[in-house]
Design a protein around this ligand. Structure first.
Ligand SMILES: [Zn+2]
Length: 221
């Protein structure tokens, strides 16, 4: 359609003003297609009502990640990390028990994806996210190259998300050589961040946005 054929009407206002029943996400996003749990809200005077929580796509993903993390919260970090090794997980935990700094090969794409990026990009991104108080999952630094490896939830469309950024996605058929979470060594690799709550993974959306911001800032410096 060319501009000549545009109907001569005013632009519609925000959707929720036109349709007061349109669910809104708590973050303010008007596109909130995901049904959440029931919550009880106060309705003056002195009454309560149960209503459905609605979430936008990103808040829905974040909520599911938090639920997934909650089930691991009480587990020792080494057991959680080794858990992806299947029947070999006990061997990994035992090996780390005697040599925590010794990397063990862990398969990617089982419980997490790993995204690798150069240290000069990853370090400022990590500093920024932590100073913003963001929820950040494990981040491993390779001693020799300085590259950072971020653990993220497994996503079906992960390749598409990372294709445009200077990072490498490690998923099924890739392995991460990781020391124990209890290791304080920097060589041959060391954890530069380990989350307080076991099972926490970095939001891919958050990380991709932070990398784009860092690249943009770097280009304009
Ligand atoms: Zn939202």
């Amino acid at each position: 359609m060319t501009a000549d054929h545009q109907p001569d009407t005013a632009l519609p206002g925000p959707v929720h003003l036109l349709r007061p029943d349109q669910p809104l996400c708590a973050c303010g996003n008007e596109d909130a297609p995901f049904r959440g749990e029931l919550r009880t809200v106060r309705v003056p005077p002195g009454a309560v009502r149960d209503e459905r929580v609605w979430r936008c796509a990103e808040c829905h993903r974040q909520h599911r990640a938090e639920l997934a993390a909650a089930q691991w919260a009480g587990m020792p970090a080494a057991n959680w990390l080794a858990g992806v090794a299947g029947p070999g997980k006990h061997d990994v935990v035992i090996a780390w028990g005697s040599k925590p700094e010794q990397p063990e090969l862990l398969p990617c794409g089982v419980r997490w994806h790993a995204v690798r990026m150069a240290g000069h990009i990853g370090k400022p991104v990590l500093d920024r996210l932590l100073s913003d108080g963001a929820s950040v999952g494990p981040v491993l630094r390779a001693g020799r190259t300085g590259a950072l490896y971020w653990l993220l939830p497994v996503e079906v469309d992960a390749r598409a998300r990372w294709a445009q950024l200077p990072v490498r996605l490690l998923t099924s058929s890739s392995y991460l050589a990781a020391p124990s979470p209890d290791s304080h060594a920097h060589e041959p690799a060391g954890w530069v961040h380990w989350p307080e709550v076991t099972g926490t993974l970095t939001s891919p959306e958050l990380l991709a946005t932070a990398i784009e911001r860092e690249l943009y800032a770097g280009a304009s410096r």
